[in-house]
Structure formats: C-alpha cells, structure tokens
Design a protein around this ligand. Structure first.
Ligand code: PML
Ligand code: MG
Length: 253
C-alpha cells in the first residue's frame, strides 16, 4: 500500500504511508482493509490517494527464510555520541558520520530508501528504492506478538522496521542502514548492519522534527542494480524470534 496526499506520488503528492504484508489468500480482504485503515489514519495525515497492489507468490517462487537482526536499545540522552560511535565501529570516518547525520535529518517525503555508495558517498537520488516482499513467517506470528509485548516493543514501528531492515542487511552488498522516522512524534531511530544488528537509538532525532527516512549504504556501486532487484523483488520471510543483545560493550567505547 502507498498512501499520498493531496494526489498520487507520481503527480507530486506527499508520501503519507507505506506498508505491506505477505499473507494467505484467505486473509487478503482483511489485510487490505488494515492497510487502507493505516493510510487513512497516519500521524502524518490522511491519504487522499491510496494505491493497493496485490500480487500472488507463485509456487515456483524462491522464498528466502532468514533470521531477524539482533536488537540492541540505546538512549542518546545517555550519550549523545551513540550514533557517531556505532557508525565509527561500522567503518565511517568523522567526515562521513557528519554527512550521514545531516543527510538523514533532512530527508523528506521519500517513498523509499535513499541509496548511497559508501566508498565515494555518491547519492543515488534517482534510485529511491522501496524495499518490498518481506514479512514474518506465519508460523512465528503468535510467538512474535508475545515477544513484542513482553519486551515493550509493541509500539508503532519496531515490528515492521526490524523486518524491513533484516531483509536489507541480509544483502551482502549492504554495509548498513540508518533510519529515523518521518513521524514528528517518534524520535527513536536505528543503525543496523549485519555485524552489529539492529541498534535502536532512543531520542535519535528531536521531537517535532517531521523530516526523516532511510539511507542504505552499499559497498560496491557496480552491484547497485542487483541490490535494487533483491530489495524490491526477492521474497523474504523471517522465521525465528529476534534475540536481544544486552552486552552493551559500546557504552564504554
Ligand atoms: C519508521 O519505520 O517510520 C521508522 C522506524 C524507526 C525505529 C523503530 C524502532 O525500533 O522503534
Ligand atoms: Mg514511516
């Protein structure tokens, strides 16, 4: 589902909401109604334009089952340099850290993620990629909901963001993803990577800041097209419950 206002994204409308799911045929109507409800009730406003597309996953389609990234939660109010420290661990220079954080805080109305080549920091502005075709496998949905409730993760965004980011970081060409919400009241963001997992940072952005979005850093720009193909079209299902990392080594870095 893509929701925009006052008109279609392609006619210049502002992105309001985007979401998706992988479900059984018998659940299509129910899930479509959920998505319409989301498009009409988003903190950014009400979508005037809603596009829902439904696509069959054929029997012969290859499904990639992957584990979710491990979750760590930090709070920038405890150490304002957490974003810098995590990015440094991933391999960012001071200059790249500043550029990344500035770009992130100024992203607006993207209907997908911005891709940047890590080596030369070239932004693929025309390649805003909407990563789709991922969800949690139906076999873990109940256990996952219990896990989310038990750990206070059942707020607005974590479940979907973790799924999306687990798919993104599963591509060997992805170095990391950096994200803050474009919901002005949601200040938790994250930096995720295969190596360090899904590192949530509370108070990553100031309250009432209605800019935000996602940046994906890729290692090899020559592999851009295959990364885009994977992010858009490869069907990924998460089939295990996330682990929580309580080993807070970076608190002392
Ligand atoms: C979004 O999907 O709009 C932003 C998600 C940000 C972080 C979610 C979390 O881990 O709390
Ligand atoms: Mg969003």
């Amino acid at each position: 589902m893509r929701g925009a206002s006052p008109v279609d994204h392609n006619l210049g409308g502002v992105h309001i909401s985007g979401a998706e799911c992988i479900t059984h045929e018998s659940m299509i109507k129910e899930e479509a109604l959920n998505l319409i409800h989301r498009a009409l009730n988003h903190p950014k406003g009400k979508s005037d334009f809603i596009n829902i597309s439904i696509q069959k996953i054929h029997e012969h389609t290859q499904i990639n089952y992957i584990p979710p990234l491990t979750i760590t939660t930090l709070d920038k109010n405890e150490n304002e340099l957490y974003p810098n420290l995590i990015l440094e661990k991933i391999g960012f220079s001071k200059d790249k850290i500043q550029k990344t954080l500035n770009t992130l805080l100024n992203l607006k109305n993207l209907k997908g993620a911005l891709i940047i080549s890590f080596d030369d920091f070239f932004e693929f502005r025309d390649n805003i990629v909407r990563c789709t075709n991922m969800d949690y496998d139906i076999s873990i949905k109940n256990e996952l909901n219990d896990f989310l409730i038990k750990n206070n993760f059942n707020g607005k965004y974590l479940k979907e963001a973790l799924c999306l980011s687990s798919k993104i970081c599963n591509d060997p060409n992805v170095l990391c993803e950096v994200c803050i919400s474009d919901d002005k009241n949601y200040t938790t963001g994250y930096i995720s990577s295969k190596t360090f997992g899904y590192v949530r940072i509370k108070n990553f952005k100031p309250i009432n800041h209605d800019f935000g979005g996602r940046i994906i850093f890729i290692k090899d720009k020559l592999k851009l097209n295959s990364t885009i193909e994977y992010l858009k079209n490869s069907v990924v299902l998460i089939n295990s419950i996330p682990k929580i990392n309580s080993n807070c080594w970076w608190k002392n870095v």
